[in-house]
Design a protein. Structure first.
Length: 248
């Protein structure tokens, strides 16, 4: 039986899908949803008294870790344990929530893609605590509640400085197989883009701490010390959470 030869025809090119316009890791969306739900619950469902008590029970209050007044004794028994973390889920206003959400989307996305869900959550948790610790070192006797995800966001900013601003011919974005190795501290500070960003971050927080631009707090004073603590942690400690083997 003879075979009929059919010349090879060029295969139609696989359709190239453009990158989605809204391409954010699921863990980021979950965190934003939780923060939004917490704020909606506190401001829209709870009454004024219950809302104040909710903040009091879950916010970070520095004075409760030293010679606290009697008011701190009214808090739940474990509040001093969970509040250095849970304060990051509370916000003073929808503006405050919105600002932190924008920065979380911008800087959390590359860090989450690099670290993966588990390491990313651990990084955020420790960054949040680091922000609270820095605030405590400067304001140990303060009896006002500290709230907001700014310390967490600042940790993500600091972490992103170690890899996300790299400009090389072989670096094509945030694909899991094309990550540039984490830069050393010296390499990062020698990069003009990173250096300008770091200087701008510290200068901005200096002006915020001196009272200029306090309106950016979204309904309260800005805990700039937590920003600095989170950023320093993220900048120096990202390699401890980085599981990629391409790191030098």
């Amino acid at each position: 039986m003879s075979e009929q030869h059919v010349p090879n025809e060029p295969r139609p090119e696989a359709s190239v899908r453009p990158p989605p316009a809204f391409n954010v890791p699921g863990v980021i969306l979950v965190l934003v949803a939780i923060m939004g739900a917490v704020h909606a619950y506190r401001t829209l469902i709870l009454g004024d008294v219950a809302s104040a008590r909710f903040v009091f029970d879950f916010a970070f209050i520095p004075s409760c870790y030293g010679s606290a007044d009697d008011l701190c004794l009214v808090r739940p028994l474990g509040a001093d344990l969970w509040s250095p973390l849970t304060y990051g889920f509370l916000h003073g206003s929808w503006t405050h929530f919105g600002v932190n959400t924008v920065w979380l989307l911008a800087f959390g996305t590359p860090v989450a893609r690099r670290l993966g869900t588990s390491r990313f959550l651990a990084f955020c948790a420790v960054g949040t605590v680091a922000g609270a610790a820095a605030f405590y070192l400067v304001n140990a006797g303060l009896d006002a509640p500290v709230i907001g995800a700014s310390g967490t966001v600042s940790a993500l900013m600091g972490g992103a400085c170690r890899f996300a601003f790299v400009r090389t011919s072989s670096f094509r974005g945030f694909s899991a197989n094309r990550w540039h190795p984490v830069m050393s501290v010296r390499e990062a500070l020698a990069d003009r883009t990173v250096l300008v960003f770091v200087i701008a971050f510290f200068v901005t927080n200096f002006f915020v701490g001196s009272g200029v631009g306090g309106a950016l707090g979204g309904g309260g004073e800005v805990a700039w010390e937590a920003h600095l603590g989170g950023f320093v942690f993220g900048f120096f400690c990202l390699p401890l959470f980085d599981g990629l083997r391409t790191r030098r």
